[in-house]
Design a protein around this ligand. Structure first.
Ligand code: FE2
Length: 418
């Protein structure tokens, strides 16, 4: 199950990158971490047929086969071609097919048409993965000590990149399966994890200047830097997540029928797409059911609401007489350890626009396109979900999506200023 995924990428590199030091243990550490993450991708793909792996159910979702190939291309493009003198490409045409959005890395296939790529086959993509796996393991094992110091950060970002795609594999196949009237299950036993802890009341934050963003010697994405100070509070951040029962009350009170609750763009979306419930919900003989990774299941009133957009989260908060927290209010509250299910159930929308931190700088070269160029028109989500590989996120981690997106595992917690 996604919730039982073993930690693959260590939060901290115990063999911290120090010039001139390249012990056998350090090499083995990174070879092991590499294989663990690559295998997790294959484990997530294993329940899926070749037909499942080809489908692209909307332009924002990608075929599973594409995810498996693209994450391999990432290592080929940024690690092997740049640093492995003897590397031979598996197929030079794959660079065009499996580059996602890296303009500096060359031309690429149109994203909305990824589902039309029947060749290479799933078996050929598997062979491509094995080819890249062998070359990366060879490079880590044989690189000159000074060279290894340069390579480890690329291996590391490649692994965190692949973990992000592991979550997308589940969000994207769920969207595909939700289009199927037979509501197939990805995994019949899938359930939201049981998370212990208090769900009542608020974490109270007095006014103060707090450090936010990533500090430390481990891995963090560039968008979590630089750490800086922010004025936070007074604010109260809910310990619990908004539940399906609360969402049903919002619906029963006409939440989707009252334009005064909605942002203008959100109300336009409600009208254009006939939103009357969270994504994947459908009423079956008077009972609300939801498409999940286990197929169509009754909506559990006690579970956190999932598959809501920013627009819906914002409208709900207004209806409840409360607010969404800013990303810094969320982060400072999460550092207390008192937010129930902070990173285990659903991502949580914040009311912060996805913007650069003061002094933000992208990585050099094409990898500078990883995060920075998306810092416009999107909103930040914090935490993590039941589909996030264990150990992937941090308290400073910033996820981001367009405000209308609802195919991610996205929910909310509330904040109050009174
Ligand atoms: Fe990617």
């Amino acid at each position: 199950m996604p919730s039982s995924v073993a930690t693959a990428v260590p939060e901290r590199d115990p063999y911290a990158i120090s010039p001139g030091v390249a012990s056998a243990a350090k090499r083995q550490h990174w070879v092991d971490a590499f294989h663990a993450v690559r295998q997790e991708t294959e484990r997530r793909a294993a329940p899926l047929s070749d037909e499942d792996q080809l489908v692209q159910s909307m332009p924002d979702a990608s075929p599973i086969k594409w995810h498996r190939a693209h994450t391999s291309w990432f290592f080929e493009q940024f690690l092997l071609l740049a640093h492995h003198p003897a590397y031979r490409m598996f197929d030079p045409q794959f660079a065009y097919l499996f580059n996602s959005y890296y303009v500096a890395a060359g031309p690429r296939h149109a994203r909305p048409a990824r589902g039309l790529i029947t060749r290479p086959t799933v078996a050929e993509v598997t062979a491509y993965r094995r080819h890249v796996d062998a070359a990366v393991a060879d490079l880590i094992s044989t690189a000159e000590p000074e060279k290894l110091t340069d390579l480890v950060p690329i291996v590391e970002i490649g692994l965190h990149h692949e973990q992000q795609h592991q979550e997308l594999m589940l969000t994207d196949i769920l969207h595909a399966f939700a289009q199927n009237p037979t509501a197939p299950a990805y995994e019949t036993g899938w359930r939201m994890p049981n998370v212990k802890g208090s769900t009542s009341g608020f974490v109270e934050l007095a006014q103060g200047i707090h450090q936010v963003g990533y500090e430390g010697g481990g891995f963090a994405f560039d968008n979590e830097h630089p750490a800086h100070r922010s004025l936070v509070g007074p604010v109260r951040v809910a310990r619990g997540l908004v539940t399906n029962a609360q969402w049903l009350a919002f619906m029963a009170d006409g939440g989707y029928d009252q334009p005064m609750l909605w942002l203008s763009d959100g109300w336009a979306r409600v009208e254009a797409e006939d939103w009357a419930a969270p994504g994947y919900w459908q009423s079956v003989e008077g009972q609300w059911m939801s498409m999940t990774l286990a197929g169509l299941r009754p909506v559990d009133p006690n579970a956190p609401v999932c598959h809501v957009s920013y627009y819906e989260a914002d409208a709900f908060a207004r209806w409840a007489g409360q607010h969404l927290p800013t990303e810094f209010e969320w982060e400072v509250a999460a550092r207390t350890g008192e937010l129930w299910g902070a990173d285990q159930l659903v991502w949580q929308w914040t009311r912060s626009a996805y913007a650069p931190y003061p002094g933000f700088a992208t990585l050099p070269g094409a990898l500078g396109e990883y995060n920075g160029k998306f810092m416009i028109n999107q909103m930040v989500l914090r935490g993590g979900s039941h589909a996030t590989p264990e150990g992937h996120t941090r308290v400073s981690y910033r996820n981001f999506f367009y405000p209308w997106a609802r195919w991610q595992f996205s929910g909310l917690r509330l904040a109050s200023y009174h």
